[in-house]
Design a protein around this ligand. Sequence first.
Ligand code: CA
Ligand code: CA
Ligand code: CA
Length: 369
Amino acid sequence: MFITMNPYLELVARNLRLSACRIATIAPLLIVAAAVACANDSADDDGIVVEVGAADAGIIVIEGLTSPRGLALDKDGNLLIAETGGGRLLEVTPDRDVRSLTTKRLPHSLSTGPAGAYRAGPSAISLLDGEVFFIVGEFLGSQSARLYRITDEPGYEPVTPATDAFSPTENRFSNPYDIVNAPEVDGWIVSDPGGNSLLAVDRDGNIQDYVVFQNFGTPKHEVPVEMVPTGIARGADGAVYVGSLTGFPYPRGEAVVWRVKDLNGDGDAMDEGEVEPFVTGLTTITDITFGLDGTLFIAEFSSDAKTVFEEGDFSENASAYPGRVLRWNGSQLAVVADNVVSPTGILATESTLYISEEYTGRVSERPIK
Ligand SMILES: [Ca+2]
Ligand SMILES: [Ca+2]
Ligand SMILES: [Ca+2]
């Protein structure tokens, strides 16, 4: 499955007698399912405006994939898709021709984690200086949790070394999820939900902690909740923004889009005032992206993540409790796409919002109004 969180890693943590506090857990919870269908042009039960047309079905860009997630656009306007469960990077041209960027499948698995019920593989794509880089999340152990580049053959090769999720501060990819180009660290900043961290990765593949998120408390739950950073994006102001899924029990309204900036220029964002809440009141954020006009789009995974993550068929669960995509215009949140199934990757152009609906195997698009 898509997340983070890897109960598998938690087990590892326990076995190693390490604190599991950095590893998000999946466990039974008790969130009451939220109302799903809302009237157009009204407010939902969060008091968030639902835009006219938000419930309209999207146009299918591609379907029949195995867990599509990360999205990117190349300079020719082709849509690139990281197919997490299928182990491919796919290119979709504006004419809807589809090809794989490599002949060989990339590292992936349909049966990782407890009971073999989780999917892992290529999670995010980054274009830098004409090259295609991609992140592979944890699967069958941490050895494949790495940043790779597409080579000329065409094939792929690792940029980062095989890592140790429990290393003190260096080279510890746990379950990397999303990536943003980051000249300030001579490479990239990567979100690692499994480590509750953001990591700076330089072009030589060296990995350093950039932010480590602390667990947080909520009035309703005695046990602290993990932050679980997921989708990451660059704002027009130069800062990096990252959304939080939050861990068990996925408390409603507690997910945050954080603004991250290395103010003192020392190579990390762990100093005073360098991580600040930007948009609050959200739930189970899986991705964020900025439109060309600076509008921030935010994907919420599900109206009831607890139930989706409980046992059973993830696809069926996710369809029963769909998520949505919201827009933040600087002062107000509005739902722009309602009832999207397990959205885990979003991308905005001037006119179009693309959404990976991971468990349905499709990527859809909607006009941006
Ligand atoms: Ca993303
Ligand atoms: Ca700093
Ligand atoms: Ca510092």
